[in-house]
Design a protein around this ligand. Sequence first.
Ligand SMILES: Nc1ncnc2c1ncn2[C@@H]1O[C@H](COP(=O)(O)OP(=O)(O)OP(=O)(O)O)[C@@H](O)[C@H]1O
Ligand SMILES: [Mg+2]
Length: 404
Amino acid sequence: MNNVLRLAIVDPDDSKRDLMKNMLLGMEMIWLEAESSRYEFFGDVVAQTHPEIGLVAIDGDPDKALDLVSRLSETSPDCSVLVTSSSSDGNLILRAMRAGAKEFLTEPVRIEDLLSALGRIGERRLGQGDAKQRGCQVIAVTGSIGGVGCTSLAVNLGCLLAQEEENSVALVDLDLCLGDADVFLDTIPDYTLVDVAQNVSRLDFTLLKRSLTKHASGLYLLPRPVQLEDIGLITAEDLQRVIGLLKATFTHLVLDLSKSYSAIDLIALEMANHILLVTQLDLPCLRNVVRLMMSFGEMEGIVDKIKIVINRVGLESGQITIKKAEETIGKEVFWQLPNDYRTMIEVRNNGVPLCEQFPKAAITQSIATLVEALNSDGKIEAPAIVAKRSGISKLFQMWPSKGG
Ligand SMILES: Nc1ncnc2c1ncn2[C@@H]1O[C@H](COP(=O)(O)OP(=O)(O)OP(=O)(O)O)[C@@H](O)[C@H]1O
Ligand SMILES: [Mg+2]
């Protein structure tokens, strides 16, 4: 419970209070500390339990409730008050804010509005040096060409993150047509992104978690739709809400994007904290990285989040060098993943992640260090991978030139 906001709620209407509690209970960022049905006792409840947030539903008796809000801001200034009401009357909102409310939400409260309000309160507290809320790290994995290794990275990164006890991690397969994250995890899911997207306004967090498939590694998977014709049912707006919900309930989200750079992919890029752009060291891949970086440059807030990941380093002697790749792209390479086709194909075919089947393999260690590097604010740098010489270049090594 290190990164949660503790909340106490008061609402004389039992059924409305239960509804709100259900919404709050599934949120891992929220710990429901106390509840009360009486405005007159709530000041004492807050004084005794010291919640960071006091949620006051004022419709039971607006005058009494707003008196309580004023008292709370005097007696418990560390408690941020969030007011809810079915009225959106400007005067009432003004009174609530003047009484000391930090946020005002109109009932019925939409889950994403509640999340935003809680997020704002959390951020303000962080600004005050309260480091309790850690938030959710969203990692989008995208690629410069088909088959470059995005799903391999997304799945194994997710499983490695999920191994840490303090993490709760979900992987969303956004390759809506042909995604195969379920194959990598050998799962047959009951629900897909379509079910969740279509019910997003009705979902509470317990239901959301139940709709995801939990892999033995601890990783939750939200797979792509089963039927191709269902893809049209998911809008970019739906996805935005789904990601919003997932962000509130998981510590890490890994998004495996398609290579079509559709509106859905773009939402994922916007909502991500880190974008891992996977490429290989050949000309078509690098040319696409350059093109992508130019387009990303036109979009707000994307370029700074991009981290170039070179996959399959050491694949063959004809590969372009890292230095040349960096010059071409005009950006430093963030990470290098070694080539290991046999291991990678085996884990995919067996539907078992690297950390289970090959925990000691160089590729597993490399992804594990990448995970650390993402959290290290640039303190951990990618170790260079020295390509094993093979084929013709190996022969040249065995027979040094006469002059040498
Ligand atoms: N580091 C690696 N070394 C060797 N082979 C790899 C490596 N990473 C991925 N592969 C292999 O490359 C192939 C494509 O990988 P993957 O499916 O992860 O790519 P992708 O970018 O998700 O593809 P798609 O565009 O179809 O979604 C797979 O056969 C996988 O085993
Ligand atoms: Mg893929």
